[in-house]
Design a protein around this ligand. Structure first.
Ligand code: X2X
Length: 337
């Protein structure tokens, strides 16, 4: 572009901003544009429902609060998003509790192996004292956690080469787990050979056989198309995993109170709908994955639990998490280990 051309454009831009000034001044309200990042494909209920919440928030705030969603690891993997939300570069992030453990060690207590027998106990605990305790711990590191936890689901194992029927099938199995000491410890307790990878790397790691197996709730196996690179699904229900709706304390507390309330109300309401979506998917997803060529089996969980207990897993994590949160968990699920 010639020097004259550039000057011409700058002149036009300056003229435009002058023209725009009166409109900005009469509309006194400040506009907040906040970013929300997550690690899931657009088609996952977490993204569908958070998009709806963002639309309602924009509309009900007359455009004062706009939440822009960056799904599917567009802003980097979980580890990157976690540091962004800490620094305030990212305003909202939904990590699995497994992933936020590097910052808040007690957060993944919900993911203790085979702790929750069903969703009844999950939601009683997460909407009750246990969730409240976790929220308090998260607030202490300068983050704000919304009240309703969104559902990831009960995690199941998938494998490229064989079904998992018993703990014997776990011996030496190269399985990908999230970046989480608890997940590593659980799979080492089952004599597998776990590797931590961010979710952004999982599809390729399976495709190139860096690992043979992974574990995730079936709605993720479906929406992230892991069925393309995994043949067997074993219904192990080895842990329940949720998405914590986290705001950066640095930017959340800058929002006027009414906008905080609106965002919390709408996101919590969408979280409840998202839980129902996953419950509905849980009824249909196995049949869909079978149509995609996956083979299912349902092993008896008892020998897995027993192997974990013998490995010292429960004793070790009770000690790590501490008496108080451990007893809060046991209040909902009964004695563990
Ligand atoms: O990384 C995973 O496996 C996922 C998508 O389930 C989490 O966010 C923990």
């Amino acid at each position: 572009m010639s020097a004259i051309g550039r000057r011409g454009l700058m002149g036009a831009a300056a003229g435009l901003s002058l023209l725009a000034m009166p409109a900005v001044q009469t509309k006194a309200a400040k506009k907040y544009i906040y970013k929300y990042g997550n690690n899931l494909p657009l088609s996952h209920p977490l993204n569908i429902r958070s998009h709806e919440a963002a639309e309602r928030i924009k509309q009900k705030s007359n455009g004062e609060l706009e939440i822009r969603i960056f799904p599917n690891n567009q802003l980097g993997g979980d580890t990157d998003m976690l540091s962004q939300v800490r620094s305030g570069a990212l305003d909202f992030f939904t990590p699995s509790a497994l992933v936020i453990a590097t910052l808040v060690p007690v957060a993944p207590i919900n993911a203790v192996g085979f702790a929750f027998p069903s969703y009844k106990e999950v939601w009683a605990a997460m909407d009750g004292d246990l969730g409240g305790f976790i929220r308090g711990e998260i607030e202490k590191v300068g983050l704000h956690m919304l009240e309703k936890v969104w559902d990831n689901g009960f995690r199941q194992m998938t494998c490229g080469s064989k079904p998992i029927n018993s703990p014997d099938d776990m011996k030496g199995l190269k399985i990908r787990v999230p970046v989480s000491p608890l997940a590593i410890s659980l799979f080492e307790g089952l004599s597998a050979s776990p590797t931590s990878l961010q979710f952004s790397e999982v599809y390729t790691a399976l495709q190139t056989h860096v690992v043979d197996a992974q574990e995730n709730p079936l709605p993720i196996v479906q929406t992230a198309k892991l069925f393309e690179v995994q043949k067997y699904a074993s219904i192990t229900n080895h842990m329940w995993d949720g998405y914590l709706f986290i705001a950066s304390g640095k930017t959340w507390y800058r929002l006027p109170k009414e906008l905080q309330q609106l965002a919390a109300d709408e996101l919590n309401a969408s979280g409840m709908q998202q839980r129902a979506d996953i419950a509905a998917l849980n009824d249909s997803v196995q049949a869909d994955l079978q149509k995609q060529g996956m083979t299912f089996n349902k092993p008896d969980p008892a020998p897995f639990k027993e192997a974990l207990r013998k490995s010292g897993f429960y004793a070790q994590w009770k000690e790590k998490f501490g008496e108080k949160p451990w007893s809060l968990l046991e209040k909902y699920v009964g004695k563990l280990g």
